[in-house]
Design a protein around this ligand. Structure first.
Ligand SMILES: Cc1cc2c(cc1C)N(C[C@H](O)[C@H](O)[C@H](O)COP(=O)(O)OP(=O)(O)OC[C@H]1O[C@@H](n3cnc4c(N)ncnc43)[C@H](O)[C@@H]1O)c1[nH]c(=O)[nH]c(=O)c1N2
Ligand SMILES: CCCCCCC(=O)C(=O)O
Ligand SMILES: [Mn+2]
Length: 491
C-alpha cells in the first residue's frame, strides 16, 4: 500500500494516519531518534555539542512566528563543514529528519521539528573567511550574522546592506531569501549571493558556482546558487556564502512625510520609482502603525498614512533627489518633510521602523504577533493595500500595515490573543484572504518571509500543480529519502 521509496519514519506516519485517520495520531507517531544515533552524533560533534535537554530542544523547536513549538528529539551543534557532512550522512543512512537551525529568527515556522528528528544548529560556525574589498565580495561561514559582518567591515568603507529587522545568520538569510528596507536600492539575497558551499543530504559538499569562484557574472550552466536561495533547509545545508559588498554612500539623509490617505502615499512611491530616482529606502506606515510607533518609540508624528524615506549619494545628488521627491509629495497633497539629518536622529527613526513589531504588540499587551507578507507588482499596490485594509476593518481586528512599498511588499502585524481560538481563526482568515488577493493581482504570497509551514497551500495556488510537481522532483533529486526539513515548503 505504501510507496517503497518513502523513508521509514514517513511509512510509520502514514500507517498510523491511515489506521485512525486523525491528525493527533499523525503527530503522536513521530519516530523517536534511537539512543545509538544520539551516541553516534556525539562521536561526530563531541559530547558538549549534543543535547537532549528539553529546554534546549524547546529553544530550537520554534522561531519568532506564531507557529506552536515543535521540539526536535535532539539538538547537535556543528563546528565545521566536516561535522555537517558527517551528521548528514548519519541521518540519511538512518532516515531520520534533520532540520538546519541558523539563528531562529524566521517567521514561518521553518525550524519547527514537525516530524521530530535532529536539529543541526550551525551558529557556532562564525569565521569570516575572506574579504576582497577591491572586488566587493566576502566569504563567510554559515553562523556569521549580518551585524557581525558589518561591524567587521567597518574600516573598509564597504557594507552588506540586506537588512531583515533581526540580526539573522547570513546563511539563514540565504535559506529564506531574506530582504528588508534596503531592498529597493540593493535587491534581496537573490541578487547578492555569488556562490554557496552546500552539504547535500548524502554528505557530499558542493560549491554552487564552483570552488572559490566569485564573479559578478556567470553563464556557466544552471543557476544552482539561486536554487538554494529560498530553499528553506529542504535541499541542503548552506555552510558558506560568498556575498556581494557595496560602498558605504558618501552622504545620507532621512525624512518623514504624511498623506491624507493610503492611496496618495503609495501613488507617490510609484511615481518616485517611475522617475528613476535611486531612493535608498521608502517605507510605508499606515495610521495605526504610526500611532503604535509614536507611543512605543517616543516619536510625535502626525497620525496619518506616512512614508519614511532615505536618500543617499553626493551632496549634489541629495539636493536633486530631495527636491524632486518633495515635488512629488506635494503633487499628492502630502505634508512637508520632517528631516532626520544627523546620525542620532536617523538612527532613532530607523530603529523605530525596525522596532515596529514590538510597537504593534504594545497596542495590545499580552498578545503575540501574527504577521503576513505579500508582494505585488508596484502598479497594483495601492489597490491591494486599500482592499486589505477593508478586510481588516470588516473583521474588526487590530491590523497595522507596514510596507517595503518600493518593492510592492507589505506586512500586517496583528497582535493576537493566542488563548482565544476564535480570534486566531479570524486573523488567519484575513491573512489568507490578503494572500489570495495578492495572487489575484499577479503577486506572491510571500515577498521575503518564505513558505515554511504557514503558506504551503498557497504555494500550490501560486505556482500551479505542475510547477509544484517540478519542485517536488527537484527535492527528490537532492534529498531522495526526504530527510531534510520535512513538511516545509510542501506537505
Ligand atoms: C523582528 C524581526 C524582523 C524581521 C524578521 C524577523 C524578526 C524576528 N525577518 C525574518 C528573519 O530574520 C529571516 O527569515 C532570516 O532570514 C532568518 O535567518 P535565521 O538565521 O534566523 O534562520 P532560521 O534559523 O530562523 O531558519 C530559517 C529557515 O532557514 C533554514 N536554515 C537556517 N540556516 C540554514 C542553513 N545554514 N542552511 C540551510 N537552511 C538553513 C531553517 O531550516 C529554516 O527553514 C525578516 N525577514 C525579511 O526577509 N525581512 C524583514 O524585514 C524581516 N524582519
Ligand atoms: C511576527 C514578526 C513579524 C516581523 C516582521 C518584520 C518585517 O518583515 C518587517 O518589519 O519588515
Ligand atoms: Mn519586512
Amino acid at each position: 500500500m505504501f510507496c517503497r521509496k518513502l523513508p521509514k519514519y514517513l511509512v510509520t506516519l502514514a500507517r498510523s494516519y491511515h489506521r485512525t485517520g486523525s491528525k493527533q495520531s499523525l503527530q503522536a507517531s513521530i519516530a523517536k531518534v534511537p539512543d545509538n544515533l544520539v551516541k553516534a552524533l556525539a562521536g561526530i560533534v563531541g559530547d558538549k555539542n549534543v543535547s537532549t535537554a528539553m529546554a534546549v530542544r524547546e529553544q530550537h523547536g520554534r522561531d519568532e512566528s506564531y507557529h506552536d513549538c515543535a521540539p526536535p528529539e535532539v539538538v547537535a551543534f556543528a563546528e565545521s563543514v566536516e561535522h555537517v557532512s558527517e551528521v548528514l550522512k548519519l541521518c540519511n543512512d538512518a532516515e531520520v529528519p534533520l532540520i538546519p537551525f541558523g539563528s531562529g529568527t524566521g517567521l514561518e515556522g521553518g525550524v519547527n521539528a514537525i516530524r521530530g528528528g535532529v536539529c543541526l544548529d550551525v551558529s557556532k560556525m562564525t569565521n569570516i573567511i575572506s574579504v576582497h574589498p577591491e572586488d566587493f565580495d566576502c566569504t563567510v561561514e554559515c553562523g556569521v550574522t549580518r551585524n557581525t559582518l558589518n561591524n567587521y567591515l567597518r574600516d573598509t568603507g564597504l557594507w552588506f546592506p540586506i537588512d531583515p529587522g533581526a540580526d539573522a545568520s547570513l546563511c539563514g538569510m540565504c535559506a529564506t531569501s531574506a530582504s528588508g528596507t534596503n531592498a529597493v536600492r540593493y535587491g534581496t539575497m537573490r541578487e547578492n549571493v555569488m556562490n554557496l558551499e552546500v552539504v547535500l543530504a548524502d554528505g557530499r559538499v558542493i560549491n554552487t558556482a564552483g570552488k572559490d569562484r566569485r564573479t559578478k557574472k556567470t553563464s556557466a550552466g544552471y543557476n544552482l546558487t539561486n536554487l538554494f536561495v529560498g530553499s528553506e533547509g529542504t535541499l541542503g545545508i548552506i555552510t558558506k556564502a560568498t556575498l556581494r559588498l557595496h560602498g558605504i554612500p558618501e552622504d545620507t539623509i532621512s525624512a518623514v512625510c504624511n498623506f491624507q490617505d493610503v492611496q496618495s502615499a503609495v501613488d507617490t512611491t510609484v511615481q518616485v520609482l517611475q522617475c528613476g530616482i535611486q531612493i535608498a529606502r521608502i517605507e510605508f506606515l499606515d495610521e495605526v502603525s504610526v500611532d503604535a510607533c509614536n507611543k512605543y518609540s517616543k516619536l510625535d508624528m502626525k497620525v496619518a498614512p506616512s512614508l519614511f524615506l532615505e536618500f543617499t549619494g553626493s551632496p549634489n545628488s541629495l539636493k536633486d533627489q530631495t527636491q524632486l521627491v518633495g515635488d512629488l509629495v506635494k503633487m499628492n497633497n502630502g505634508s512637508d518633510f520632517r528631516w532626520a539629518s544627523d546620525i542620532e536622529e536617523r538612527n532613532h527613526l530607523w530603529k523605530a521602523r525596525h522596532d515596529i513589531l514590538y510597537a504593534c504588540m504594545a497596542l495590545r499587551p499580552g498578545c503575540k504577533p501574527y504577521s503576513t507578507d505579500v508582494c505585488v507588482p508596484i502598479s497594483n499596490l495601492p489597490e491591494v493595500i486599500v482592499r486589505s485594509k477593508e478586510e481588516i476593518q470588516k473583521a474588526g481586528v487590530v491590523g497595522p500595515i507596514v510596507g517595503h512599498v518600493g518593492d510592492g511588499n507589505f506586512h500586517v502585524f496583528f497582535p493576537v490573543d493566542q488563548s482565544n481560538p476564535e480570534e486566531v481563526k479570524v486573523v488567519s482568515e484575513v491573512a489568507r484572504k490578503m494572500a489570495v488577493l495578492a495572487l489575484e493581482f499577479n503577486g506572491t504570497c510571500t515577498g521575503e518571509h518564505g513558505i515554511g509551514m504557514g503558506k504551503r497551500k498557497l504555494l500550490e495556488q501560486e505556482i500551479g500543480e505542475d510547477g509544484l510537481d517540478v519542485m517536488r522532483q527537484i527535492k527528490a533529486t537532492f534529498d531522495p529519502k526526504g530527510i531534510l526539513n520535512p513538511g516545509k515548503v510542501f506537505f
